[in-house]
Design a protein around this ligand. Structure first.
Ligand SMILES: O=P(O)(O)OC[C@@H](O)[C@@H](O)c1c[nH]c2ccccc12
Length: 265
């Protein structure tokens, strides 16, 4: 299964990180950073459009290979911000998504909206690393973490100012996440990370389980305005879109085509 392969390489990567990691040193650096920009409230209550947008900077993916050859993360992020994206997601996984930590850091200094570090978090050290490279929020994927780890990683992230997007793609994962009772922002992934199959009705199937006060982001395989009105109609507060934007020569026009014009509140 694809996800198992990704997680296995991630663990190797984390072994390298562990060799040089010093908690004191990371904590010292974090103490000097400006506070995080609130990711959760910005995406759950978009002031730009009726539905919030997390726009993703993504060069390649394991299911699609190279998506955008002409890949300039800073220029893309500036375009997203100008087009009224509420937040930006930056892939930092190198082996499968051709991402880099440096992309996130470069984007951080180029835009002022909140940033999500999109990676496969399997170890607490990656959470400190995310904060130091410039993230405002991290992704925690329920499919690769035990409930006790999810809970522990959630608390670590919050303790250093990061918001958390907790990702699920089936009922079992949703129930596990809700059982922990911490997540305020849940991403329902329309893509199954084991098989890469996509089904946008996943959002509708799972959203009914989510209690009031928890916001849902519909993630993946969104590419036409009908997808937007559909996930909005079932109750999503925002969407996470990567590939569709990355395949368009004119990214600003693509944001408007998909999301509609900015209607600032
Ligand atoms: O490019 P898409 O189909 O618009 O999807 C974006 C985002 O949802 C996807 O990149 C994603 C969702 N969850 C993930 C977890 C890891 C890596 C990537 C992802």
């Amino acid at each position: 299964m694809f996800l198992d392969k990704i997680v296995a390489s991630k663990r190797k990567e984390v072994d390298d990180l562990a060799e040089s990691f010093s908690l004191n040193e990371y904590e010292r650096q974090i103490a000097e950073l400006p506070p995080c920009k609130g990711f959760e409230h910005v995406i759950a209550g978009s002031t730009n459009r009726p539905l919030g947008l997390i726009a993703e900077v993504k060069k390649a993916s394991p299911s699609k290979g190279l998506i955008r050859a002409d890949f300039d993360p800073v220029a893309l992020a500036r375009t997203y911000e100008a087009a009224g994206a509420d937040c930006i997601s930056v892939l930092t996984d190198e082996d499968y998504f051709q991402g880099k930590n440096e992309y996130l850091t470069a984007v951080r200094s180029a835009v002022s909206i909140p940033l999500l570090r999109k990676d496969f978090t399997v170890d607490y050290r990656q959470i400190y690393e995310a904060r130091v490279i410039g993230a405002d929020a991290i992704l925690l994927i329920a499919a690769i973490l035990r409930p006790s780890q999810l809970s522990e990683f959630y608390d670590i992230a919050k303790s250093i100012g990061l918001d958390v997007l907790v990702e699920v793609h089936d009922q079992e994962e949703m129930e596990a996440v809700l059982g922990i009772g911490k997540a305020k922002l849940i991403g329902i992934n329309n893509r199954n990370l084991q098989t890469f199959e996509t089904d946008i009705t996943t959002t509708e199937k799972l959203i009914g389980l989510v209690p009031a006060g928890v916001s849902v982001i519909s993630e993946s395989s969104i590419s036409v305005p009908q997808d937007i009105s559909y996930v909005q109609s079932v109750g999503a507060k925002g969407v996470l879109v990567g590939e569709f934007f990355m395949r368009q020569p004119d990214v600003a026009a693509a944001v408007e085509e998909l999301m509609g014009p900015v209607t600032r509140k």
